[in-house]
Ligand binder design. Structure first.
Ligand code: SF4
Ligand code: SF4
Length: 477
């Protein structure tokens, strides 16, 4: 990102006729002004969608089990009807690859759309700001309240705000832990005040992280703790979507009477009202150029469009655009027409390939696994009947949500016979695993001396499509 000089890290002030604007940088508190508008509606929409998903999903059940549960104790991951085991590590790798390439492609195309609309830090800060506005009022009221001496009113308002923040944070921590400990168990333990030490620790940890990051640290997390804001400049190019102030249109900026001929005075369209600065949650001035501190929240677009509307100028003095479009206003080109540039196409193809391969693999994914090991003590036994016998231990792991019975067969050599020790039924409870001892026999003339390849086939009795086949070795003297 071609970062330009950030405004002074010291306190700075802007003045106009009716509002004194004070914005702070670094560790100083920022009081973003409340803003409504087209893009703000989209942000509200994304806050609602992401939070509805986060808070509601642990309450969903599929086949009588929590729909999304990462059961670390049992090493089982229940994902909307599918059950994954540590052996399915390859899917985690695929997910990481998709995330990495997806982030690269998405950032090259859309810049900081993720930061502005969906990042948990942005989303929770937004929610906490709503609560702050509801309890303390808008920007001017909050500045006044903070500067006011201690009073019962101030203590009451602050206590109310922090109580709601803390309640929401605790609920968020509880919900987070419910992705790892079954919600029903957590609720029952909570009702009896007997939540275990680890669950208690993580609920409080996540709650404090939410309260601290969204309530207190806010933009400091984006500025100093988030690595994404630092390395994303390497993914930007001149056709990446950015939010920018149109200098050619706006400068020279200056105040003027509404309806006056500003061009005759040599002015541009920026009326220096500083509304774009007042609404900025990270306390920067977008007119100073593209800055890494900008989280792409769009508040300045909504603010400026409202100002433009009031003074009768066209909207879009601050807008979504690209560096190329700003540099060449004489060649208006749509951002979406540049989507297939080489850098994006290359990583896009890799992304599509990884998604395609992992989706196909998931489609073929069988809810059954088998590990076959030969009995170590005896390589081969000659039975009184003259037959040769090899013994195997088969560990079956079902990832189905229902109990299942299976049939076992073996092929690869003529005349193979199979027998399960003690004639145990080959059945498993829901998502259970069990070991079976299996004896395989054939006559000596059917096997060559040494190793012979055979194949076990295991099929679910209630669903023949659930079928796996594993290779093993049959030894003959
Ligand atoms: S809101 Fe628009 S008109 Fe007002 S200072 Fe910012 S860029 Fe200029
Ligand atoms: S400059 Fe605009 S888009 Fe960037 S953080 Fe500030 S208000 Fe949001």
């Amino acid at each position: 990102m071609p970062a330009q000089a950030n405004p002074s890290p010291k306190t700075s002030a802007h003045q106009n006729s009716d509002v004194q604007t004070i914005h702070f940088h670094g560790h100083k508190k920022i009081y973003p002004r409340w803003i409504t508008g087209y893009f703000n509606n989209w942000r509200i929409f994304f806050v609602l969608v992401t939070q509805l998903f986060f808070y509601a999903v642990p309450w969903l059940e599929i086949n009588g089990r929590q729909a999304l549960l990462f059961d670390l104790v049992q090493s089982k991951f229940y994902i909307f009807g599918l059950v994954f085991l540590p052996q399915d590590f390859v899917y985690l790798m695929a997910l990481l690859l998709v995330s990495a390439f997806g982030l690269f492609v998405w950032t090259a195309i859309g810049g900081r759309l993720w930061c502005g609309y969906s990042c948990p830090q942005t989303v929770y800060t937004q929610i906490f700001l709503w609560i702050e506005k509801w309890t303390e009022g808008d920007r001017a009221a909050r500045i006044k309240l903070d500067q006011a001496p201690l009073s019962w009113h101030k203590v009451g308002v602050k206590t109310l705000k922090h109580s709601i923040w803390l309640a929401l944070s605790l609920w968020t921590g509880f919900t987070f832990v419910a992705y790892f400990t079954p919600l029903a168990e957590l609720r029952s333990n909570l009702a009896q005040w007997s939540i275990g030490p680890w669950d208690t620790f993580w609920i409080l940890f996540y709650a404090l992280a939410t309260y601290g990051n969204a309530g207190w640290l806010r933009e400091q997390v984006c500025l100093h703790m988030c690595p994404y804001s630092r390395f994303q400049s390497t993914m930007f190019d001149k056709d990446t979507l950015i939010i920018s102030y149109d200098r050619q249109r706006g400068e020279p900026r200056g105040q003027r009477a509404i309806g006056s001929d500003y061009q005759a005075k040599g002015l541009g369209e920026c009326i220096s009202c500083t509304m774009c600065v007042q609404v900025c949650p990270v306390g920067i001035d977008i007119r100073d150029g593209l800055q890494y501190e900008c989280i792409g929240c769009t508040a300045c677009i909504d603010a400026c469009d409202q100002v433009m509307d009031k003074v009768g100028y066209p909207p879009g003095l601050i807008r979504y655009t690209t560096a190329n479009a700003l540099e060449h206003p004489e060649q208006p080109s749509s951002w979406w027409k540049k989507l297939l540039r080489p850098q994006v196409s290359l990583f896009g193809v890799v992304l599509i390939l990884v998604i395609g391969a992992s989706s196909y693999s998931l489609y073929l994914h069988q809810p059954l696994k088998a590990e076959i090991a030969r009995e170590r003590n005896t390589l081969v036994r000659e039975l009184p009947s003259g037959e040769l016998e090899n013994v195997y231990r088969i560990r079956l792991q079902s990832t189905a949500e229902q109990a299942r019975s299976f049939t076992l067969s073996v092929n690869g050599l003529p005349g193979l016979a199979i027998e399960i020790d003690q004639n145990e039924p080959l059945s498993l409870a829901s998502t259970a695993s069990r070991e079976f001892v299996v004896r395989v026999k054939t006559t000596p003339k059917n096997a060559k001396p040494g190793a012979n390849q055979i194949r076990f086939e295991i099929t679910a009795q209630d669903d023949p499509s659930v079928k796996i086949s594993e290779v093993a070795t049959f030894f003959a003297p």
